[in-house]
Design a protein around this ligand. Structure first.
Ligand code: SF4
Length: 670
């Protein structure tokens, strides 16, 4: 009998995961099964290659952790003990429990919990939002990432489109601030190298000597949480030593004088002492930035994850205004470009209900503390809260509540899925439609199904639509199923965008995808000026606008624990795949002070809890700071806790973000 396989063929689609690059993909399929994934050239940024993370995505599709059938809990919560049921039974149970909670405690007792697991436009804020709005459910503030930078960018520039990768080679000075594109958003790296070949000065501000920091002209390994005084000292220098562009400030900004006042106390010496860096090198960085044109700041997310994160982002984003770096190609700032399309999601079938808002960084509080009404139904999708949100123990305690009905709609058996009462299998982006919006390059692409869904996995549109039906919340205008939802979204996008996506699979970006700030695009603030001192934020921030809150370290817990993005996961997505052992990275001097050597079993602890793992030594992390990768699962440490077990649920100064990098810990031999 012949067993020959059908010939391979390639299918084009796009990566929608939470990464700036939005790669166009070429997927190899044989006999209905994906055998390889690589980059294509449809999105020119992709350049025919992708990251190692998504190359391994077939292992998620076909791996042992993949969820294939609906299931209900059989054993204690958290043990992943489930029995298979039909979709009919699973959705029936969810509808019944939702209806019951609604009747007894009101709509706000239902909490939807989601964030960017599949970051496209179809899998979030479509039929899910319609359902939860019509239910009058609690609203979720999606703040786990980019909330402080987003608040700063919105207040200062109205989320004006920013510099794109393609224009980086024009820059004569590049400041990479809190960003490590070698781990996430890898397609930025060749553009930076190109700029360096053309003579650009590279300045990297990061507690670790990242690959690009190694090649930088100036590396400032700041202590986590001190980016604000560092940025303010540069402002002070610009104002006091004649480098401020007063003509630009007068014409295009407001609030410069107030910023100048707040920066005044921060001499290079004082800021450098606070940040634990060399004052001379800080001055050299400021001088190089002031002297160059075009000069570009890549404002990342590392600087936002602490008590000063919003103000640090404000101060960093204000630099190109004060130094007059706008108006030329390659000059200005680069950060998320997700707002560049001006998409307002008109397809959500209900107005936003004015119900209570739960900050997703305080999920543990919402589940454990007394609230009115209590959360009785938790619906988790596109998210793995048990490992990605702060105060892990409190979240796990909440998920263990017997009176909490938890639905988890997921692709694989995550740490959160293990706590579900009802588990629903979700399709991946390779098994359905998606509209992927890049937030590095300004791109919008349509992804199409590459293979059939495995098992009984279903799309978000199918499941939320059917729940609406069962809860009698459906209206005649609602699309039915994934295909209709995709067509509905295309029809409600601005005409040229929708037809481009339909006809070509990619939309034509505004300004040819390469806008020049303050020439092609202008602040979307009410007066079209950059607001360097929004009074509203001055009132909101605990120490005022540009006000610094000192390091939370103590003699007992002196080490700053950070959890930066790694080369292995997109947040916690793909963490189920086999990987080398996970270690805590520690500077050799800190290890010697604790008599630790390479590979020792250790405990990392503070008042909130402890992690047990092993240590690896590297002088590429600054002293006083230790690091573990972002996105770990509980299986990666000896005692089942990850860095978020040591992170409090305190919020950033602006934007309600998570203070991941404010964890202060001690480390000792286990
Ligand atoms: S995660 Fe980023 S770099 Fe990797 S394939 Fe997706 S868009 Fe490209």
């Amino acid at each position: 009998m012949s067993t020959s396989l059908a010939p391979e063929h390639n299918v084009a689609t796009v990566c929608p995961l939470d990464c700036p690059d939005s790669c166009s993909l070429e997927v190899t399929v044989q006999d209905g099964r994906i055998t390889a994934i690589d980059g294509s050239h449809v999105n020119p940024i992709t350049g025919g290659y992708i990251c190692a993370k998504v190359r391994r995505f077939p292992e998620r599709l076909y791996g042992a952790d993949r969820l294939l059938y609906p299931a209900v809990r059989k054993g204690p919560k958290g043990l992943a003990s489930f029995a298979r049921v039909t979709w009919e039974e699973a959705l029936g149970m969810i509808a019944e429990r939702t209806r019951d909670a609604h009747e007894r405690w009101g709509g706000e007792s239902i909490l939807p919990y989601s964030y960017g697991g599949s970051n496209g436009l179809l899998t979030q804020d479509t039929s899910d939002a319609t359902l939860f709005r019509r239910l009058g459910a609690s609203r979720l503030a999606r703040t786990v990432c980019a909330a402080p930078t987003g608040a700063a960018n919105l207040a200062m520039y109205g989320k004006m489109a920013s510099v794109v990768y393609q224009d980086v080679p024009e820059a004569k000075a590049i400041v990479l601030w809190g960003a490590n594109p070698s781990a996430s958003g890898i397609h930025l790296v060749p553009y930076i190298r190109d700029a360096q070949r053309r003579g650009a000065t590279l300045i990297v501000i990061d507690p670790r000597t990242t690959p690009l920091a190694r090649q930088a002209d100036i590396h400032l390994p700041v202590r986590p949480g001190t980016d604000l005084p560092v940025a303010l000292s540069i402002h002070r220098f610009l104002f006091e030593e004649g480098h401020a562009d007063t003509a630009f400030l007068d014409a295009h900004t407001r609030g410069a004088e107030r910023l100048r006042e707040r920066a005044q106390p921060w001499t290079f010496e004082r800021a450098a002492a606070e940040a634990g860096i060399d004052a001379g090198r800080l001055r050299a960085a400021a001088e190089a930035y002031a002297a160059a044109s075009p000069a570009l700041i890549r404002c990342g997310w590392g600087q936002e994850r602490n008590r000063n994160g919003g103000n640090a982002s404000m101060a960093i984003l204000a630099l190109p205004s004060v130094a007059g770096k706008f108006g030329v190609r390659g000059g200005g700032y680069m950060m998320s470009n997700s707002a560049s399309w001006g998409i307002t999601r008109p397809w959500i079938g209900a107005d936003e209900a004015q119900t209570r808002i739960v900050n997703m960084n305080q999920l543990g509080r919402a589940l454990v503390d007394e609230t009115n009404p209590p959360v009785k139904v938790l619906f988790v999708y596109n998210n793995n809260a048990a490992v990605t949100s702060p105060h892990q123990q409190k979240i796990l305690k909440g998920l263990e509540r017997e009176d909490l009905f938890t639905v988890v709609f997921e692709q694989v058996m995550t740490d959160t899925a293990r706590y579900a009462d009802v588990l629903l299998p979700a399709t991946t982006f390779l098994e359905g439609y998606e509209i992927a919006r890049g937030y590095g390059p300004i791109s919008l692409q349509l992804g199409k199904p590459v293979v059939e869904a495995r098992g009984e996995a279903r799309s978000n549109a199918d499941v939320f639509g059917e729940l609406m039906e069962r809860l009698d919340l459906r209206s005649e205008q609602d699309p039915s199923g994934e295909l209709e939802e995709m067509l509905d979204v295309l029809a409600k996008l601005p005409e040229s965008i929708g037809s481009d996506l339909r006809d070509r699979g990619a939309a034509t970006p505004p300004h040819n995808g390469r806008p020049i700030q303050f020439r092609d695009v202008w602040p979307l603030t009410p007066n079209r000026k950059a607001d360097l001192f929004p009074e509203r934020l001055d009132a909101e921030a605990p120490a005022g606008l540009y006000g610094y809150q000192p390091d939370p370290g103590t003699a007992e817990f002196p080490l700053a624990l950070i959890s930066p993005a790694s080369e292995r996961t997109v947040s916690s997505t793909l963490a189920e795949l086999p990987r080398p052992d996970v270690h805590l990275l520690m500077n050799p001097d800190d290890a010697a002070a604790r008599e630790l050597k390479e590979g020792d079993a250790i405990r990392i602890f503070n008042a909130l809890g402890e992690i047990r793992c092993t240590v690896t030594l590297g002088s590429w992390i600054r002293g006083g700071t230790v690091s573990m990768p972002k996105g770990l699962w509980r299986r990666h440490t000896a005692n089942g806790y990850t860095t978020n077990a040591l992170v409090s649920d305190a919020l950033t100064d602006l934007g309600g973000g998570a203070c991941f990098n404010d964890a202060r810990v001690q480390v000792e031999r286990a």
